[in-house]
Design a binder for this molecule. Sequence first.
Ligand SMILES: C[S@@+](CC[C@H](N)C(=O)[O-])C[C@H]1O[C@@H](n2cnc3c(N)ncnc32)[C@H](O)[C@@H]1O
Length: 331
Amino acid sequence: MMDLALTKLTQLAFGYWQSQTLFALTQIGIFEAVADQPRTGFDLAQELQLDEMAASALLRAGVTLGLLREQEGEYGNSELATRFLTSSSQEDLTEWVRTMSQWVSPWMRLEQVVRGEAPKGLEQARLSKNSSDERRFILAMHQFARRTSDRVSEALDLSDARVLADIGGGAGTYSISLCRRYPFLKSQILDRPSVLPIAEEVIAEAGLKDSISTSACDYRFDSFGDQVDVVLMSNVLHQESRQVGRSMVQRARDALRAGGAMVIHGHFLDNDHVRPTFSVLQDLSATILWQGGGNYTVGEVEKLLEAEGFDDVRSERIPESATTLCRGRRA
Ligand SMILES: C[S@@+](CC[C@H](N)C(=O)[O-])C[C@H]1O[C@@H](n2cnc3c(N)ncnc32)[C@H](O)[C@@H]1O
């Protein structure tokens, strides 16, 4: 009989073998290289300047994991890879997978961080001038979030709103979805100066240049505007300390008109702190990646809103994205 407890332990211990196989195949560009026609291991090794034996082991691991297919010595993409890991697919998640592979190095320091050493994660990347890493991160978040952004928008009734401030709005994923749904809504993305050209590119591609503008902002200190109808903070609070989070909510309140809506969206924890699994692991990830960062429980977000003078505070889980929308109205 199968020992389920041992199976669980071995899955946990070997888990990174699978991730690393996916990351290596993606970073080396195997999925793109075989997108048009299947190739032999020898051809791929020649073209991509790989060690032939190691490449062969990697390709076979890709087959075992359901990422590649092999027929008569030629490798092609599986359905999963064709759908998610090739640039011609509408559902391409390559940038997102590449970003996940960059998080391996900060995650390797989990033990040291827990022992009290400072995280050396994306905090540095965030402050660095490495624009290709930045572009990758912003597009990665967009690739992933756009899959479910319409489900999040559907849960928000903004039919009376005209002005939205999207704090740390990134590529504009949620502004795009909301402005498509509410044609009278104008959104302003407030993000770091280096992110704005990336957002502008994505907004232009979406044909929403007249509805969505961008403005440079350091959300840790700057004002979020005046007489705004809605302030959206999506997937940002976990990157900051509690102190910064409180200040952000206070400045959101100051920016809103009376009766305006505050919307906080993210992978919040259940109030028992141990569910859902992704949110719990994202909490750990934020601890490693962002100095002072960490996830909130839904109850903590609600208390924060109430403490800062919002009423009609409520929360709603969005099953498709496994996220939660917490809302309050400026009294
Ligand atoms: C995880 S992404 C979330 C993007 C988008 N809101 C979403 O939900 O998909 C975090 C965003 O916060 C922005 N950000 C980080 N630090 C910031 C700061 N100090 N001021 C303004 N934006 C910041 C990043 O540039 C990035 O766009």
